[in-house]
Structure formats: structure tokens, C-alpha cells
Design a protein around this ligand. Structure first.
Ligand code: LAC
Ligand code: ZN
Length: 449
């Protein structure tokens, strides 16, 4: 079918207003927010519900038209950006939120609901979704599940996988899988929900999710610690991990802090610059300030800012949260997102500059409790990108780490998958892909090259 016929048939399913063929209207769906991944799509289609999604997928399957599902387009590995032959299937209109089940502590939401909207909706019940991340206003639940997003609260609540009780999804043949009861005990065969979490749009189009919720911990303290080294930051982290109330342990370095201050106009947090910064937050039913001070008593802390009021806490958190946007303002970074065993983190940070061409500026920050480093490289010549990525990712793999901690594989890391996965694992993944999507219409080029 040519594009006009396709647009016509899709319009019959979703309405004229929701099939975008005008290049100006399509543009924001064709480039990711860092500007690194960009491509063309045949058109963009915006269904309103599961039935319309099933209709679109069925049509694409019948006509052999590839499609790329897209949520808030905040992904960082190019998994939801088209390359030319696909249509973009935007889930942004699937925004229904069901009643909050207080007894089960669950809620069913549409794939297109932004994270911040879920949090707003469940807050009056004293509940929260356990996953939180800097892109909360745009990132959608469907996209977060497709990437198994991690974020800043993993140390307490786990990744998205641990917070999803069930899914509804459209398979490439147009059939609908629905597992939304959220039963905490349900041993009836393969865990299809678990399989689709982290599948990056390659196995199914996610349409709804049953989310687990956690009680809001009303008393909160945030502290920004200045430390002499990564080793000492890990010692401090080990100390705070003794606390059940620990929700967040994020690190950043002076180079990143300077960019954030320059971009945002925030004042320096301390009178001097220090080698490493660790942002920690504890929350409980009782004020955790005292227990935090207690466990940090022996740590080698050079300076510290502590905040209890929400506005003060948010000001401290901003030094960390605003890293991504501040880096983007400097240029299009080469982004690597790796995990290392904790005892390898300091050595990696020390060795990194020697692995890079001289002019490259590494900006590191991330989730220290998981050994998850966001390696942002500015000023990498485009001819050096592949070599630089491979060198750094090989170093990570050699240290027993993972080449993707939380952003996924997407298109960006597909060629490096074998650094983190064995031939047997990749063969098993290919077999699953072939069984569910035999003609390969879903997100071609993502995850499995
Ligand atoms: C963060 C995103 C980049 O941690 O993963 O801010
Ligand atoms: Zn992150």
C-alpha cells in the first residue's frame, strides 16, 4: 500500500485527526529529546484505546509494514525513533486511570499516562508508585515498562519490573494479552508480564498496566555530602544502607556540578569544590534525620548540607536531577549507561580518561547504590563514536559489569549486546522474537541487530 492508502485505512480506524502525515507535525516524533537519534517515519498514528491499537497492528501485520511504538519519547537509546520505513505508533492518548485499589495497593493505568500523573492521582490515598526518575513529567508508564526503567528509588523499591503486577498488550498478530488482575499469587505458567517488561517494543505493544503502589513515607530528609573520593563515597553508602529508610543514593562529580550551575544559575552548594558528591534521601513514618546522622558518624565527610523542608530538599536534589538537561545544553553527548560491581567503580572512574581521545569531556553521575554510572561524553568526534563506545563498554564488561544498566539496548547498543549476553542467551531471545513476531514488524533493529 502507498502512503495515501495507508493513511486512509488508518484514518478509518482512529479518525483523520490522529493520523499525522505532515512533516512538521511528525517531526517531534522522529527525533529523540537529546537530538542524537533522528529518522523519518511514513506517518504517525495515535490510537485512543487497545482496540484501535489491535486494529493498527493487525493492518501492519497484514501489509508487512514495520512499526515503532512510542511513549513520551524520553528514551536514550533510540528504541522509539523510526529509521525511515516504519510508522510511529504513539501511545500518548492511552491516558485512562482506573480506580485506586487501596486494599491491594494497585491501580490500572493506560500506557500513555506520564509518571508524574500517576503519582498525582494516587497521592491522596497516601500511596506512590515506587519508581521515580528525572523525566517524570514526560516519561510514560508504557515506555518505562518497555525499558524496565530504573531511576532514583531502586535502592528501596527495585526497578520497574518489581512494581508491575500485570500487563495488557497487543501482540504482532493483533491479538490482545490481558493479565490485569494483579493477583499477588498466580503460578499458572510462563510469566508473560515479566517477559514483556524490558522488551523495548520488540515483542508487543503495551497498552495498559496494573501497577503496584507503596505507602508514602511522610517524614523525609535529604543530605548532600561532599567526599574526598569514590572509595569514601562507597564507604558512606555502605553505612547508609544499614537504614531501611534509605530511598536514594546518587553521586555526581565537580565537572557535572559546574555544568549544572552554569546552565541553571543555581548557587554552589558549598564554599569549596570537592572530589565527589553523594545525594542521599531517607524517608519513614518517623523523622529519619537522626538515624541518618548516626550512621554517617564515622564517614569521611568533608562538608554536608541537610534539608527537611520540601522546597529545600528539592533544591539539593536539583544539583543531581538537572544533570541530563545541562549536559544536553552543551552539545549532543555520547551516552553510555553502565553498571559495575561496587568494588570496580573507583577504578573505572580513574581509568576512564585514559580510554578516551584527549578532547573528550566525560561527565559522570548516577545511581551509586547499584553501581550505575551514566557516562556522558561530550565532544566525541562522530568518526570516533563507535571506537569510543566499544572501548568503554569492553572495559565495563571486563570488570564484570553490564553495558546497559537501565536505559536498555535500543538501536544504540544493539551491536554490543554480545558483550553482556552469551550466544545461548541471544539465541533464546531470537527464538522468542521469532515466535511472537515472525515477520519482524515490531521495532526492527532494536535490541537484536
Ligand atoms: C537519570 C537518567 C538519565 O538518571 O537515567 O537521570
Ligand atoms: Zn539514571
Amino acid at each position: 500500500v502507498d502512503n495515501n492508502q495507508l493513511a486512509h485505512r488508518l484514518s478509518a480506524l482512529v479518525g483523520d485527526a490522529h493520523v499525522l502525515t505532515d512533516p512538521a507535525l511528525k517531526a517531534s516524533y522522529e527525533t529523540d529529546f537529546t537530538g542524537r537519534f533522528t529518522g523519518r517515519s511514513r506517518l504517525v498514528v495515535r490510537p485512543a484505546d487497545t482496540e484501535q491499537v489491535a486494529g493498527i497492528v493487525g493492518l501492519c501485520r497484514a501489509e508487512g509494514i514495520p512499526l515503532v511504538p512510542q511513549g513520551g519519547n524520553t528514551g536514550l537509546v533510540g528504541a522509539s525513533v523510526p529509521t525511515g520505513t516504519e510508522i510511529v505508533l504513539s501511545l500518548g492518548r492511552l491516558t485512562e486511570i482506573g480506580p485506586v485499589d487501596e486494599a491491594a495497593r494497585q491501580v490500572t493505568v493506560g500506557a500513555g499516562v506520564p509518571l508524574a500523573e500517576v503519582q498525582r492521582r494516587v497521592r491522596p490515598y497516601g500511596l506512590a508508585f515506587g519508581v521515580d526518575l528525572a523525566a517524570r513529567d514526560s516519561a510514560t508508564i508504557g515506555g518505562m515498562i518497555a525499558t524496565n526503567a530504573g531511576g532514583e528509588r531502586v535502592v528501596r523499591y527495585g526497578t520497574t519490573r518489581a512494581n508491575v503486577a500485570g500487563l495488557e498488550a497487543v501482540l504482532p498478530d493483533g491479538s490482545v494479552l490481558s493479565r490485569l488482575t494483579g493477583l499477588p499469587k498466580d503460578n499458572t505458567g510462563y510469566d508473560l508480564t515479566g517477559l514483556l517488561v524490558g522488551s523495548e517494543g520488540t515483542l508487543a505493544v503495551l497498552t495498559r498496566a496494573r501497577l503496584r503502589l507503596v505507602p508514602i513515607q511522610p517524614r523525609r530528609v535529604t543530605a548532600l555530602l561532599a567526599l574526598p573520593s569514590i572509595e569514601q563515597a562507597i564507604t558512606a553508602l555502605t553505612a547508609v544502607r544499614a537504614l531501611e529508610s534509605l530511598e536514594l543514593a546518587e553521586f555526581f562529580l565537580p565537572e557535572g556540578l559546574s555544568l549544572v550551575m552554569a546552565q541553571t544559575g543555581l548557587p554552589a552548594p558549598f564554599g569549596a569544590e570537592y572530589p565527589v558528591y553523594l545525594l542521599v534521601e531517607c524517608a519513614g513514618r518517623q523523622d529519619p534525620t537522626e538515624e541518618l546522622a548516626e550512621v554517617l558518624d564515622d564517614a569521611d565527610i568533608l562538608d554536608m548540607a541537610v534539608a527537611v523542608q520540601a522546597s529545600d530538599r528539592h533544591r539539593l536534589a536539583a544539583y543531581r536531577d538537572r544533570h541530563t538537561e545541562s549536559i544536553n545544553a552543551e552539545g549532543i553527548p555520547l551516552k553510555l549507561d553502565v553498571t559495575l560491581p561496587l568494588d570496580e567503580v573507583a577504578g573505572f572512574v580513574r581509568d576512564l580518561p585514559d580510554l578516551l581521545p584527549k578532547r573528550v569531556r566525560p561527565i559522570l553521575f548516577g545511581h551509586l547504590a547499584e553501581g550505575n554510572l551514566h557516562v556522558n561524553l561530550l565532544d566525541v568526534a562522530s568518526s570516533d563514536e563507535d571506537a569510543v563506545s566499544e572501548t568503554v563498554l569492553r572495559r565495563v564488561a571486563a570488570a564484570g559489569g553490564s553495558i546497559s544498566a537501565e536505559h536498555g539496548i535500543g538501536r544504540a547498543k544493539a551491536h554490543y549486546l554480545s558483550l553482556s549476553r552469551s550466544p545461548a542467551e541471544i539465541a533464546a531471545m531470537r527464538a522468542v522474537k521469532a515466535a511472537l513476531d515472525p515477520t519482524g514488524i515490531l521495532s526492527p533493529g532494536t535490541l537484536l541487530p
